[in-house]
Design a protein around this ligand. Structure first.
Ligand code: FAD
Length: 545
């Protein structure tokens, strides 16, 4: 019987007991005790939650929690009951957890570009694997980033280096800080542990709705930076990579140094974790022979409701609902064309995710307490390179060209001052302009617009079909109180930096490691952090003299 590394090498095996029901008023210890009893572990066996989610299928009638609990226990020979539970999947061995570092030997110089989750965890993993690490970030540290974001909201043009997408913490620094990931990776516990050590709530380790919130993320970033610095990572903010100095070799092309806005920096391995909006950097990399390809991305709108409508629709009005706080949702429409909700921000607000003047893009954020009276989410469909071609855009950066043209269209339709065109869901479905005030959490305000006409027709049809379906899941979703605000173009990136699957190296390069969302191999804070960490580990190995 294998061992997992969770408690680890020398500890007892860890069993994951699944499908445990927890009533809303039931103490945690009662569930942990039930998990121990299920596998006949002694009362003092170490037990902890591995996952906990709300089961709201009964919409209020039978609200409860569903839990998985890890119990560390050596049964000697498994009992018949445990063997039966293992066979039917009610209990399984917990997956092994991995550490971020691969060795503690001294090594060469790894340069990481980007201080988003991908870059931060690439730098940490490389440092813990023995490399000397420099992290370059074009934007400001968190201590001054906020001022430039506030200036933008007070009427200044967006700063091209420090904005809602660029700067300390990356694109998710103004977000809900949701940590759901669709991949289950053995590095996840180590990453969550670092986040908890930097100030994230401990529940992020198991809560299926785990989120940090913008306010708390901002307090955590200086602590996370300090933890990286303690491990030897050197941070250079306000430093944009503008080019690569390369050498040709028999094994492929290598980067000798990066050229930056502040001078040149020699290196042994380079991790590029530049995020999904560094359009200028992609252009430069393409010119330097880095292979890029166009990839599908999510395109649509934000939809906003009063939070109360969403919570009532999901949890009903019974006594249990209040204890669960603001509800979220995750809805799919399999219509033709399909669409889905994404990046739902309960108790949040809509923000302008903008890094280029004269272009508009919306996204969502919330604070740790989910305290605003609004709920918003992306309502998007997958738009493909074939769609880009139908708009007349071709080549590896076709998706960027399409994003830009749509962002300009919405910017102009909103009055060219970052206000957003908006339309009530019911009016969208009937193809008419909304009348009267269109209240929204969006800071720049909304103006009535024909969002249905501004969107490409395939996106309009996908959003329309989804609205009809989602009304069945949450009554009122697609009526007067549902407001569509556009446009949402940056839920995911439109470019992939082609890399070898086994080595993680950019195709044809010997020491260039594209990572995170901008490389096209991650989507979301957690998956970018995991992808970055793995590339950081490889970078340290490549840099070893
Ligand atoms: C408003 C908003 C809300 C979001 N909410 C969530 C959420 O709740 N949960 C979730 O999982 N995901 C969320 N996301 C997505 C998430 O933020 C991204 O998936 C994640 O940040 C990607 O990480 P990354 O490290 O790959 O890139 P990024 O976080 O984009 O970081 C890239 C960094 O590279 C820097 N950079 C770029 N070019 C250069 C250069 N040439 N030189 C130096 N530095 C450079 C940028 O300044 C940036 O800081 C949200 C995104 C936005 C915009």
């Amino acid at each position: 019987m294998g061992r997992n590394a969770a408690d680890h090498a020398s500890g007892p095996p860890v069993w994951r007991v699944t499908g445990l029901r927890q009533e809303l008023d039931e103490p945690d210890e009662a569930v942990l005790a039930r998990a121990r009893r299920r596998i006949r572990a002694p009362r003092d066996a170490s037990a902890r939650f591995a996952r906990r989610s709300v089961d709201a299928r009964g919409r209020g009638a039978d609200l409860h929690l569903v839990c998985q609990v890890d119990v560390a226990f050596d049964p000697g020979r498994p009992s018949r009951a445990l063997a039966r539970d293992l066979a039917r999947g009610a209990v399984r061995e917990a997956p092994p957890a991995e550490g971020l570092g691969t060795s503690i030997e001294g090594g060469g110089h790894v340069v990481v570009v980007g201080a988003g989750p991908g870059g931060l965890f690439a730098a940490l993993a490389a440092a813990l694997s023995g490399a000397r690490v420099t992290l370059l970030e074009r934007g400001d540290p968190i201590e001054t980033r906020g001022r430039k974001v506030v200036a933008f909201h007070r009427g200044a043009e967006p700063d091209p280096e420090t904005n809602l997408l660029f700067g300390d913490g990356g694109a998710g620094t103004y977000s809900d800080g949701k940590l759901y990931t669709r991949t289950s990776d053995n590095l996840e516990p180590a990453i969550l542990q670092e986040l908890v050590a930097a100030g994230a709530p401990e529940e992020i380790a198991f809560d299926a709705r785990a989120h940090i919130g913008t306010d708390r993320l901002h307090r955590m970033l200086p602590r996370l930076r300090a933890r990286l610095q303690e491990r030897g990572v050197r941070f250079e903010y306000g430093t944009r990579v503008v080019g690569l100095d390369t050498v040709e070799g028999s094994a492929g092309r290598s980067v000798r140094a990066v050229r930056t806005s502040e001078g040149e920096l020699e290196l042994d391995a380079l991790v590029l974790a530049i995020g999904h909006s560094a359009r200028d950097t992609w252009e430069e990399l393409a010119a330097r022979g880095v292979q890029l390809e166009s990839k599908p991305f999510q395109l649509g709108v934000r939809i906003e409701h009063p939070q109360e409508l969403v919570t009532r629709g999901r949890y009903g009005e019974g006594p249990g609902a209040a204890s669960l706080g603001p509800a979220s949702y995750n809805l799919q429409s399999k219509g033709a064309p399909p669409a889905h909700s994404f990046c739902m921000c309960p108790g949040g607000r809509i923000v302008a995710s903008v890094n280029e003047g004269g272009r508009l893009c919306t996204n969502g954020m919330s604070n740790s307490k989910h305290s605003s009276r609004w709920a918003n989410a992306a309502l998007v469909t997958t738009y493909t390179p074939e769609d880009f071609a139908a708009h007349g855009f071709h080549g590896p950066l076709a998706g960027v060209a399409l994003q830009r043209s749509l962002e300009e269209r919405f910017f102009i339709a909103g009055g060219s001052a970052y206000a957003a065109p908006a339309q009530r869901a019911g009016d969208f479905l009937h193809g008419r302009l909304s009348r009267g005030d269109l209240p929204s959490s969006y800071g720049f305000g909304t103006v009535p617009g024909r969002v249905d006409e501004l969107l490409p027709s395939r996106v309009r049809d996908a959003v329309g079909a989804a609205l009809v379906r989602f009304e069945r899941a949450i009554p009122g979703f697609s009526g007067r109180e549902g407001l569509l605000v556009g446009i949402e173009t940056r839920s995911s990136g439109p470019v992939r930096m082609v890399r070898e699957r086994s080595t993680r190296l950019a195709a044809g390069w010997t020491n260039l490691l594209p990572a995170g969302e901008g490389a096209g191999y991650a989507g979301g804070i957690m998956s970018a952090a995991i992808d970055g960490a793995r590339s950081g580990q490889v970078g340290a190995t490549l840099a070893r003299p």
